[in-house]
Design a protein around this ligand. Structure first.
Ligand code: AMP
Length: 297
């Protein structure tokens, strides 16, 4: 049945699964003079996602959130089939956060039969998560490009929690001349500092306690840098030590590094805007986090 293309005015968001329904609703909102704010997500929504949705609503946009677990950004052996899916709760979260339209497509809608075209991320995708998640950022760029083409937002909101992703998306938008502004908002954390993540749901109570080792390590690195330390080796060594001490010997470090905040290349010596970034595996759960630090010149 054809969508009536009236933007939802009630507090309940409209939920659609088809691209033409998104286009109709967005076109109707534009006819009413609204700008469009967009938040791409994979669902299992938490306060981090909410902060992005609320920002879009607060900025006065007709607010569109997508909920789609994108298969092409999962590498072989990753958690695609077990990724948490909580569609009913997600609707309530979107509703409370002021979202007007939820786009929740299936794989066929996003990857039509015979599809063969992908966006390939460049050098920013090589360090940090790059070697540990082959093809991940190509999948992210591909799905975000598709979603931008479907929603055609004025502004899209991303979280600093996924710092590498945010830089890669900014680069893609520049490189492919996409008419969308990218806003990157601060990481939302639990009271003990753990960055909110849909994957935190995997943590056992014991692993949840140990999971704070990552933010404690990043804070240790930040404190050393702000205290004047300028040896990357010393800072990275101290961060790894913190993981071993607080997390235990079985916490595996994928990376825990000091990189340039814009290029993600090793910061040697650290200067200007640096990113302290880490990924660790606790049990079966992979956690990432980062801190941006401005060093005095
Ligand atoms: P995801 O559902 O994991 O794909 O994340 C969707 C968006 O929410 C991305 O832009 C993430 O960076 C952002 N996000 C995830 N966790 C947080 C957090 N703790 N604080 C702020 N933004 C977040």
């Amino acid at each position: 049945m054809k969508n009536t293309a009236i933007p939802h005015d009630s507090s309940r968001p409209q939920v659609v699964a088809r691209i033409d329904e998104v286009r109709d609703s967005v076109a109707a909102a534009r006819r009413q003079g609204r700008s469009i704010g967009f938040i791409p997500t994979m669902g299992a929504l938490h306060a981090g996602h909410v902060s992005l949705m609320q920002a879009a609503a607060r900025d006065g946009h007709y607010t569109v959130a997508s909920i789609y677990v994108n298969p092409t950004q999962f590498s072989a052996g990753e958690d695609l089939s077990s990724y948490p899916r909580t569609p009913d709760a997600d609707r309530g979260v979107c509703s409370a956060a002021g979202v007007h339209l939820i786009f929740s497509p299936d794989d066929r809608e996003m990857y039509p039969p015979g599809e063969q075209t992908r966006v390939v991320a460049g050098a920013l995708a090589r360090p940090l998560c790059g070697p540990h998640r082959p093809g991940h950022f190509d999948g992210v760029c591909t799905v975000v490009a598709k979603l931008f083409n479907i929603v055609q937002p004025d502004v899209a909101y991303f979280g600093q929690k996924d710092a590498q992703q945010a830089l890669i998306i900014r680069r893609m938008v520049l490189d492919l001349c996409m008419p969308v502004r990218i806003e990157v908002l601060p990481t939302v954390r639990e009271p003990d500092g753990l960055a909110l993540s849909s994957r935190n749901a995997y943590l056992s109570p014991e692993d949840r306690r140990r999971a704070t080792c990552l933010i404690r390590a990043l804070e240790r690195g930040r404190d050393l840098l702000l205290g004047g330390e300028r040896s990357r080796d010393v800072v990275e060594g101290a961060m790894s030590g913190e993981i071993a001490q607080r997390g235990g010997a079985d916490v595996r470090i994928d990376y825990l590094v000091v990189v340039d905040g814009d290029t993600l290349e090793p910061a040697d010596p650290p200067h200007g805007t640096v990113l302290l970034a880490g990924a660790v595996r606790i049990g079966r759960t992979r956690l990432i986090d980062n801190l941006r630090v401005e060093l005095p010149t």
